[in-house]
Write a protein that binds this ligand. Structure first.
Ligand code: THU
Length: 160
């Protein structure tokens, strides 16, 4: 047996005011769309904003459903819309923010596993990393240089 160590390099910013201006604008767009999320069941609202290489910004929020599994996360709402609207464009960055109507979320909220898998698909397709920034309602912001840093040992099309 040989141990296998997997490392990911992340960066932590103390607040939204520390991130680069262009990302701050993206995060503000994510916050705007977050507050209009349709989340009557969880009361946990998430917003995501994507910057594409054609300079377009595509946003998404979580959309819940009385049949719970039929709902969709903010990140996938955004990424699938980007794929539908701008199929040729590469995704450069994604900003994610979450807010609960029940309590204050002051720690960075990472994307769920299913959204990481969905995002990695586009990273592989475009053969270019997607930078990801995530935060709570306020407080620290975490940056990863690639979705791959959040999803090691990825299952992708190379296995098929
Ligand atoms: N949610 C997201 O939109 N993104 C994530 O990465 C995690 C969870 C949504 C799904 C559901 O509407 C609510 O947050 C509670 O799980």
């Amino acid at each position: 047996m040989k141990p296998l160590t997997i490392t990911s390099r992340l960066e932590v910013y103390e607040s939204i005011d520390e991130i680069p201006d262009s990302v701050k604008v993206l995060m503000e767009k994510a916050a705007e769309v977050r507050d209009n999320a349709y989340a009557p069941y969880s009361e946990f609202k998430v917003g995501a904003a994507l910057l594409l290489d054609n300079d377009e910004v595509v946003v998404g929020s979580n959309q819940e459903n009385a049949s719970y599994p039929s709902g969709l996360c903010a990140e996938r709402t955004a990424v699938y819309y980007a794929g539908a609207r701008y199929p040729e464009a590469d995704i450069l960055k994604i900003a994610i923010t979450a807010r609960s109507l029940k309590r204050q979320i002051l720690s960075p909220v990472p994307p769920c596993g299913a959204c990481r898998q969905a995002l990695v698909e586009y990273e592989v397709k475009q053969d270019r990393p997607i930078e990801i920034y995530f935060m709570g309602e306020s407080g620290k912001v975490v940056k990863a240089y690639s979705i791959g840093d959040l999803l090691p040992l990825v299952f992708d099309s190379s296995w098929l």
